[in-house]
Design a protein around this ligand. Structure first.
Ligand SMILES: [Zn+2]
Length: 93
């Protein structure tokens, strides 16, 4: 889980997220993080569901509705991705 890299693309809905993406849900209230499958999300919300709409429906085991749904992958961050600022660092032209 520690090697999960959250991509910062503004994905609006499930159907535009690449098939190999990993989905992770983080509770911004208690901090717990867990992986969820695309199939689970699609079965619950539909393949064209907007991520924000799904987030609004998720309730954590701690009782809070404070989910952050992230799409990303397992691996090492790209060399030009700054983990601290969560921004792409573009080399000077
Ligand atoms: Zn929680």
């Amino acid at each position: 889980m520690s090697n999960f890299v959250h991509t910062d693309y503004d994905f609006r809905s499930l159907n535009v997220i690449p098939p190999h993406a990993v989905f992770m849900v983080r509770c911004t209230a208690c901090g717990v993080v867990c992986e969820v499958s695309r199939r689970y999300l699609e079965e619950k919300a539909g393949a064209h569901a907007e991520l924000k709409a799904i987030e609004a429906r998720l309730i954590c085991a701690c009782g809070q509705k404070a989910a952050k749904l992230m799409a990303g992958y397992y691996g090492v961050p790209h060399p030009i991705f700054d983990e601290k600022t969560r921004k792409w660092v573009h080399p000077p032209e």
